[in-house]
Design a protein around this ligand. Structure first.
Ligand code: HOZ
Length: 432
């Protein structure tokens, strides 16, 4: 059989970068095979270097709410790039995007832009510690908040995909300040607070646990976390890097009426360019330098190209009807996948909110997945791998891991949904 260009590039890449990729999940380790090297994207589609076309449900892991190379975003970027790519000095664009975030995300009064979700969560935790004068934090098993030391404890995403234990290189003294609890278990969090009543600076949570698959919060769970934080004087930190502008224009906090102290954002607010932000209540944000003593900085923070792409993406996304249309398409797709699985007699567990979704193949029919232990116990990752490759063969690109979420964009029309469902039905019909 002829070697594909992707195979050749992957071989080259393995000599150049660890595992041949610049972020672990991309390596296809849990599904096997060769990662497709992407040559271009347009609308709902990406093309690999062998010119195979795929309907894309990864969408750069979420940010491309308008699909690839949206004309308005491309035009704005083309114009912006002629004015320079970085100044290391403030711009009006930063004010505009910060104002848009303040206007859209309910709890946010002030914003600090950074360059990635990892920076956003890392800085938000430093801020929580600086503001409260406490050192411990609580995170949830299987939630992923980027790769800062204190957050690589029982982490999801690539750590879950590769089945790794906590990462070497994280000092034990750092990890000791990170307390963990199972997602969706308020009693466990209460116990941690009772054991450490005066030392927890904050609780950080993905409102939908979307790095261990797709696990929705139970009724009242997030509000319960908020209330426990209030009771014990800790900050409630919502990591909306994935859910922001995805589960509602104003994120999970809008959808479920939450009032976090701090919010972490990423991805969507840069329209696919490298960006992140931590944001929140004015009184807390004023602790950040130079307004206050907590130091955090970045040469490329507020980069004019990222601000431009973010502004045009969000302006377009919040035009009346746009978000709702993507949400409807998402529902159609998820309903179709559930129906196809039912008629094929395959046990799956689906979940969706706004414009993101996920599904697990279950080892036991009827099993419910509400936390990381259950995800590991019941998710049939081997079957997912076979499904993933069969879909890829038919031109549909899902995440190369059962433990990641899927996304739609405004470019995913009826044709793409129908083609995807036809491929799903065919695949499930022959999957043992
Ligand atoms: N952690 C990202 C998904 N939740 C994966 C990023 C990437 O591999 O590009």
């Amino acid at each position: 059989m002829q070697t594909s260009k992707s195979e050749k590039l992957f071989q080259q890449a393995q000599a150049l970068t660890p595992g041949g990729v610049n972020s672990p999940v991309r390596a296809f380790r849990s599904v096997g095979g060769t990662p497709r090297f992407i040559a271009r994207g347009e609308g709902a589609y990406v093309w690999d270097v062998d010119d195979n076309r795929y309907i894309d449900y990864v969408l750069s892991w979420g940010p491309l709410t308008l699909g690839h190379a949206h004309p308005a975003v491309v035009q704005a970027l083309q114009e912006a790039v002629t004015r320079g790519t970085s100044y290391g000095a403030p711009t009006e664009l930063e004010n505009q995007l910060a104002q848009l975030v303040v206007d859209t995300v309910p709890s946010v009064e002030m914003v600090r832009f950074v360059n990635s979700g990892t920076e956003a969560t890392m800085s938000a935790l430093r801020l929580a510690r600086a503001y409260t004068g406490r050192e411990k934090i609580i995170k949830f098993a299987g939630c992923y908040h980027g790769h800062a030391d204190m957050l690589l404890v029982q982490a999801g995403s690539g750590v879950a995909t590769l089945g790794l234990p906590d990462s070497p290189g994280v000092p034990a003294s750092t990890a000791a300040n990170t307390l963990t609890a199972p997602f969706n278990d308020l009693d466990a969090v209460r116990q941690l607070f009772e054991q450490n009543p005066d030392s927890i600076a904050g609780v950080i949570v993905e409102p939908i646990a979307a790095n261990m698959g797709f696990v929705l919060p139970g009724d009242g769970y997030l509000q319960g976390l908020h209330d426990l934080c209030r009771e014990y004087g800790a900050l409630f930190i919502l990591d909306e890097v994935m859910t922001g502008f995805r589960v509602a224009p104003g994120g999970a906090q809008q959808r479920w009426n939450l009032d976090p102290d701090l919010t972490c954002l990423g991805k969507v607010i840069g329209g696919g360019l490298p960006v992140g932000a931590y944001a929140g209540k004015r009184e807390i944000m004023q602790t950040v330098a130079p307004a206050g003593p907590m130091y955090q900085a970045g040469t490329l923070s507020g980069n004019p190209l990222a601000m431009t792409a973010g502004l045009v993406t969000i302006w377009t996304l919040i035009e009346p009807g746009t978000f709702e249309r993507i949400e409807q398409q998402t529902q159609k797709l998820v309903d179709g996948i559930a129906a196809a699985a039912q008629s094929a007699g395959i046990a799956i567990h689906t979940g969706n909110a706004g414009t993101m979704f996920g599904f697990y193949f279950l080892r036991e029919s009827g099993a419910s997945i509400t936390n990381y232990d259950e995800a590991k116990q019941y998710a049939d990752t081997e079957r997912y791998g076979r499904f993933f490759h069969a879909m890829l063969e038919q031109g549909v690109y899902f995440a190369p891991s059962q433990f990641e979420a899927a996304f739609l964009s405004s470019a995913h029309g009826d044709d793409e949904i129908q083609a995807t469902l036809a491929a799903v039905e065919k695949t499930l019909g022959m999957l043992d």
